[in-house]
Design a protein around this ligand. Structure first.
Ligand SMILES: [Zn+2]
Length: 274
């Protein structure tokens, strides 16, 4: 490889790093609108917590939240349930969260919303949770149980006497899912465009207001959670605790997945669950 090629590659790498740093700094300043004391993360399998939710966990921790992971199966599809339960406990220790593993639901089988809701209901009696964090209906990877957990959490929250705020992790389209750190730049550009559009919308609304047509205000219910480089290292260390799952394609996942760097989460208030 010639000096010129090396110089071009170095310039490209520096430009990407610089763009990611600026984007991260901008997005980091966007604080969640709500501060939650106790957040319950409901997952389907040991390793979901660090493969998908790392940036959200860290962002909530920075704002002072205590987080508990309720994993609804031992991930016993290959008969490794007991081993994977221990791996989850080690991962949670690295992430600085506590965890409980349920063993009534079986990995890979369809879970009814009622069964998921019962498992959550049994657990939440002891602690008062302000918010429940979980998958959206696409479940990030499209795994059957991820979608089942989403449906079950929705079912539980809609019927609960206590109001819960739901935090649903957005599933990204395939190309964005494997955009790695560049997903931070993408969200930055999206955010800037959103600011421009909302200021345009606000001026339209102000004009409408002046003319007596509307008194609406612009509001957002989306939370962007970004990891610092040293925090991304913690997410990698947590993933390393799931040794039984570290097959070759998982290393590719760790290299290219946006979820090791950034999460976008939709915040749903109780009135939106009816
Ligand atoms: Zn999973």
């Amino acid at each position: 490889m010639g000096w010129f090629t090396l110089a071009v590659l170095g310039a490209v790498a520096y430009t990407v790093w610089y763009a990611v740093s600026i984007a991260r700094e901008y997005l980091r300043r966007e604080r969640p609108n709500n501060v939650f004391n106790n957040v319950l993360l409901v997952t389907a399998h040991p390793d979901d917590e660090c493969m998908f939710f790392g940036p959200t966990l860290r962002t909530l921790q920075r704002s002072g939240s205590h987080i508990h992971v309720l994993c609804l199966s031992t991930g016993n599809y290959d008969g490794l349930g007991a081993h994977r339960t221990k791996e989850l406990q080690a991962s949670c220790q690295v992430l600085g969260v506590t965890c409980t593993v349920e063993d009534t639901l079986q990995d890979g089988e369809k879970w009814d919303p009622e069964a998921v809701s019962d498992a959550i209901d049994e657990f939440v009696k002891e602690t008062k949770w302000d918010a429940i964090l979980t998958f959206d209906k696409f479940g990030v990877s499209g795994h059957l149980n991820h979608g089942n957990v989403h449906n079950g959490v929705r079912y539980f929250a809609a019927r609960s006497a206590r109001p819960y705020i739901l935090l649903e992790l957005e599933s990204a389209p395939l190309l964005l899912k494997y955009s790695g750190m560049m997903a931070i730049v993408y969200e930055y550009v999206q955010s800037l465009m959103g600011v421009m559009l909302s200021s345009q919308k606000e001026s339209v609304l102000n004009n409408q207001k002046k003319s007596g047509l509307s008194n609406q205000s612009v509001s957002s219910n989306r939370m962007v959670a970004v990891l610092e480089p040293n925090e991304a290292w913690t997410a990698y260390r947590a993933m390393a605790m799931h040794r039984s799952q570290l097959v070759w394609f998982r290393y590719l996942y760790l290299l290219f997945s946006r979820y090791m760097h950034i999460n976008t989460v939709v915040v749903r208030h109780p009135s939106q669950l009816m």
